[in-house]
Design a protein around this ligand. Structure first.
Ligand SMILES: *Cc1c(COP(=O)(O)O)cnc(C)c1O
Length: 490
């Protein structure tokens, strides 16, 4: 690395106009080269930490390096030492290949660096996000006159926001007395298939593990509505106060969608806030053809939808939506004497008074610019073709002697070997996954399905993956199966 270091604009934080443009062009060209080459490089890295640390050890920050050489170092590091979500053989964990407009938008947002804490600093940025909240809400079927929302770092923050808004709606005086002042235990309901970010958020909100009730699921990983109903009644009889029911649309392991309409009715009957965690599958609102899969979501009090998952914008871009205007404001409101106040007589809310973050980057721009270029129709096509690719993957895998272990309309395919009797062991599944990763042409993971043991999980994640890439994956899995078998025999 050291040999490529040149003088350049080393030592300066700001570059002159000409130099800046040259460096920008340089970075763009080098980035494009690297991304173009990705399909021919291994999907993931096998490097031990020591390899990366010793490359970094060359940086003691006593020398001033040329920007070009630092750009090269960063690009090379990311090319060599990362699981490549841009690779068409990445069948991964809901991490997308980012949209080109999203990448450009993120750079533009960084360059202008709008401060989204308050409206008066960044009226355009705040209005773009307000516009997006309305567009997503109406697409989702929330009443336009009442909807509200906020852009978040991701699904975890959106889920955390959901717990807080639910608590504050059930206990409008919570800020006066705090969680310790409540007369009964506020209780949250979700299934074991729900995302674990719910546990983290519940902890951060002051719940104990006993206040998070785990609802039973059926053999497709979906909440059993009858069990939820019984649990709510029993808990109320026991002196608990149910505050939030969480349903998942697109569970992480197997893409299960809870019965949203049934759960909505149950939550309403028990007067509990109903949240749908549609971090991944919320993107189906783009497709008139497929949106019935998440029917019932429009009855939720609030929804999580990550634009950085199936809507393919770069991280982090989560969305929290609610049908209750004012819920965010009453949950988070504070006033300070140092923030500009010129918005008092305008029809606007400063984001810092209605969300978890304070200084915040312009998350919405990458969603706005991508959606503006591809439109809902463009998203619909991309999502429908990924669903079709998932169906093809299911068909080809079962033709090649793989047993399908999950049942979903979504493009997440969980398989085990056909000829292994009984539930598959984690060790054996892991050996197959490790071998696929070692070959480097595809990336899959091991997962556990509730009541069904370990599986190889393959999820369509890249809008550019094709039928041929599916064939490459199936061939890799077939080779890995043979090899893992030999390992076991010896
Ligand atoms: C990914 C995911 C989350 C967490 O979202 P982040 O964007 O990673 O913070 C929560 N719930 C579900 C269902 C998810 O798929």
């Amino acid at each position: 690395m050291a040999s490529t270091i040149t003088a350049g604009a080393a030592g300066s934080i700001h570059f002159g106009d000409f130099e800046w443009q040259e460096i920008w062009k340089y970075a763009g060209a080098r980035l494009a080269d690297q991304l173009r080459a990705l399909p021919d490089t291994p999907v993931s890295s096998k490097a031990p930490p020591s390899e990366i640390r010793s490359a970094l050890a060359a940086f003691d920050f006593t020398q001033q390096l040329a920007p070009e050489s630092v750009i090269d170092f960063a690009l090379e590091g990311l090319r060599r030492w990362q699981t490549q979500t841009n690779h068409p053989g990445y069948w991964g964990l809901y991490v997308p290949a980012p949209s080109s407009m999203g990448v450009i938008a993120d750079a533009i947002a960084a360059a202008f660096n709008p401060q989204l804490a308050n409206w008066s600093h960044s009226p355009f940025a705040v209005e773009v996000e307000r516009h997006l909240i309305q567009a997503f809400s109406s697409r989702l079927g929330f009443p336009a006159s009442a909807c509200d929302g906020t852009l978040t770092s991701g699904g975890a923050e959106a889920n955390h926001t959901a717990i807080l808004t639910a608590l504050n709606s059930v206990y409008p005086g919570l800020w006066e007395i705090g969680m310790r002042g409540l007369p009964e235990n506020p209780t949250l309901y979700c299934s074991a298939a729900a995302h674990d970010s719910w546990l983290k958020a519940a902890r951060a909100c002051g719940f104990s593990r006993h206040d998070v009730r785990v609802v039973a699921v059926d053999d497709r990983g979906r909440i059993r509505p009858g069990d939820l109903d019984d649990m709510l009644s029993a808990d109320v009889a026991d002196g608990r106060r149910p505050v939030l029911v969480v349903a998942t649309a697109g569970s992480t392991s197997e893409g299960a969608i809870d019965p949203l309409a049934d759960i909505a009715t149950i939550a309403r009957n028990h007067n509990v806030w109903f949240h749908v965690d549609a971090a991944w599958a919320g993107a189906l609102i783009a497709s008139p053809q497929l949106r019935s899969y998440i029917g019932g979501m429009e009855a939720a009090d609030s929804v999580t939808c990550d634009a950085h998952k199936w809507l393919s914008v770069p991280m982090g871009a989560g969305i929290y939506l609610t049908r209750h205007r004012g819920a965010l404001r009453s949950t988070f409101d504070v006033t300070t004497d140092y923030m500009p106040r010129m918005t008092d007589d305008l029809d606007v809310v400063d984001p810092y008074r209605a969300s978890m973050q304070w200084s915040r980057r312009f998350i919405g721009l990458k969603i706005f610019m991508t959606l503006a270029v591809c439109g809902w129709d463009g998203y619909a096509k991309a999502i429908e073709s990924q669903v079709a690719l998932g169906n093809r993957m299911r068909r080809v895998l079962s033709e090649h002697g793989w047993r399908l272990m999950n049942e979903t309309e979504l493009p997440v395919v969980c398989v085990v070997e056909n000829d292994i009797p009984g539930p598959s062991e984690r060790r054996r599944v892991q050996a197959i996954v490790d071998e696929v990763l070692r070959e480097g042409r595809a990336w899959v993971s091991a997962a556990e399905l509730i009541g069904r043991g370990s599986v190889v999980r393959c999820c369509v994640s890249n809008m550019r993956s094709t039928d041929d890439d599916v064939d490459v994956l199936v061939a890799a899995l077939n080779r890995a199966r043979v090899k893992a078998g030999r390992v076991r025999a010896s």
